[in-house]
Write a protein that binds this ligand. Structure first.
Ligand SMILES: [Zn+2]
Length: 330
C-alpha cells in the first residue's frame, strides 16, 4: 500500500521487438514451447521479462504481501529505435518517479548489470573534385582522402584505449571503442574520380567520459588532419548522442537484486556492464537503474530467439524478492 514518504520501485520493460529476419524454424510471431524453451521474436529481448514481472506482481498480491512502499510497473514501446517515444517520453515528462528502477533486459539469471556505455554516432564526409578516371590529376579523389582519415583514426583509437573504465565491462572493451566504416560510401562509376565519400564512426563511450568531451576530442583530431592537408575538405556530422549510465555497486537497488539472486539461486551473483545501450539511459536521469532479466543477450535479435521457461520463473522470484527487500513489508 502506498504511504506518504514511502519509497517507490519502478519495473520497466520494452514490448517492441526488432524485425524477425530470416532463418527461423518456428513462426517468430506464434510462440511455441519446445524442449523447455519458448521460441519467438522477443522471447529474450524482452517480453520474457515482462511475463516474469507480471508473475512476480501477481504472486505478491496473491500472497497478501503488505509492501511498505509502491511498486510501479511500466512497459514501453520504441526501445529498439531509441526510446524517445517510450521510456524517453515517460522520463522527460516526469510521468514516472521512484527511488530505483529495474529494467528487464536479458542479463541471465545470476547477473545484474549496473552500467552501460553511451554512444556518439558520427558521419564523416570528404569532398573532392570529380574528373575523368583516366585523368586523376584534374580531380581530387574523395575516397583516397577518406582512406587517409581512416588510417589516421587508428591513433585516436589507441588514445581512447588507454583510459580504462572502473565499470565492470569485459576487459577487451573497458575503454572507449570506435567502429570505423559501419557504413562507407563513395564513388558513382569506375571511370569517374569520386567527389564525395561518406564514412560512419560508431564510438562507444564509457561512463567516466562525457559525450561532449569525446566529441570535442574527435573534432580537434580532425582539425589537425586538415592542417596537414589543404586539399582535405572534411565535414563531420553528429547523427546521435547517447549518454552512458553507471549505478555504483553500493546503491541499495544493486544490493537488493544481488541478495534476491543469492537467495533464489544459492550462489554469489555476478555484476556486469553492457556495451550497448538500453532504456537505462533514460531512467538513470531520475533514479539509480539496473538491468536484470531472464534469457541471454546472445539470444537478442537472432533467428530462433528463445527464453527458457525455467529462467522466467527464476526471474519472477528474483523480482518478487527484490521488491520485498527494497520496499520492505509487514
Ligand atoms: Zn531489449
Amino acid at each position: 500500500m502506498s504511504e506518504v514518504g514511502a519509497k517507490t520501485l519502478v519495473f520497466n520493460g520494452h514490448y517492441d521487438v526488432v524485425p524477425p529476419g530470416g532463418g527461423w524454424t518456428f513462426d517468430p510471431f506464434q510462440p511455441v514451447v519446445h524442449d523447455g524453451k519458448i521460441y519467438g521474436r522477443g522471447g529474450a529481448d524482452m517480453k520474457g521479462a515482462l511475463a516474469s514481472m507480471i508473475i512476480a506482481i501477481k504472486a505478491l498480491v496473491k500472497q497478501g504481501v503488505n509492501l511498505k512502499g509502491n511498486l510501479v510497473f511500466t512497459t514501453t514501446p520504441d526501445e529498439e529505435t531509441g526510446g524517445y517515444l517510450g521510456s524517453g517520453y515517460l522520463v522527460k515528462k516526469k510521468l514516472v518517479r521512484g527511488e530505483a528502477c529495474v529494467i528487464g533486459e536479458p542479463t541471465g539469471p545470476d547477473k545484474v548489470d549496473i552500467a552501460e556505455k553511451g554512444a556518439l554516432w558520427v558521419e564523416l564526409i570528404t569532398h573532392g573534385k570529380a574528373a575523368h578516371g583516366s585523368m586523376p590529376h584534374l580531380g581530387i579523389n574523395a575516397v583516397e582522402k577518406m582512406a587517409k582519415v581512416v588510417v589516421a583514426l587508428e591513433s585516436l583509437k589507441k588514445q581512447f584505449a588507454e583510459r580504462k573504465s572502473k565499470a565492470p565491462f569485459p576487459d577487451e572493451v573497458r575503454h572507449i571503442t570506435m567502429n570505423i566504416g559501419g557504413v562507407i560510401q563513395g564513388g558513382a562509376k569506375i571511370n569517374v574520380i569520386p567527389d564525395r565519400c561518406i564514412c560512419t564512426l560508431d564510438i562507444r563511450v564509457t561512463p567516466e567520459e562525457t559525450i561532449e568531451d569525446v566529441e570535442k576530442t574527435l573534432k580537434n583530431f580532425l582539425e589537425e588532419l586538415k592542417k596537414d592537408d589543404p586539399d582535405l575538405k572534411l565535414e563531420m556530422r553528429v547523427l546521435d548522442r547517447v549518454d552512458p549510465a553507471y549505478t555504483t555497486e553500493t546503491e541499495e537497488i544493486v544490493e537488493a537484486v544481488k541478495s534476491a539472486i543469492g537467495k533464489v539461486l544459492n550462489l554469489s551473483p555476478r555484476i556486469g556492464a553492457l556495451t550497448g545501450f538500453t532504456d537505462m539511459r533514460w531512467f538513470k536521469e531520475l533514479m539509480p537503474t539496473v538491468l536484470y532479466g531472464p534469457g541471454s543477450m546472445s539470444q537478442a535479435h537472432v533467428s530462433n530467439e528463445y527464453v527458457a521457461v525455467e529462467a522466467l520463473l527464476t526471474a519472477a522470484k528474483v523480482y518478487a524478492l527484490t521488491t520485498m527487500k527494497f520496499l520492505g513489508y509487514t
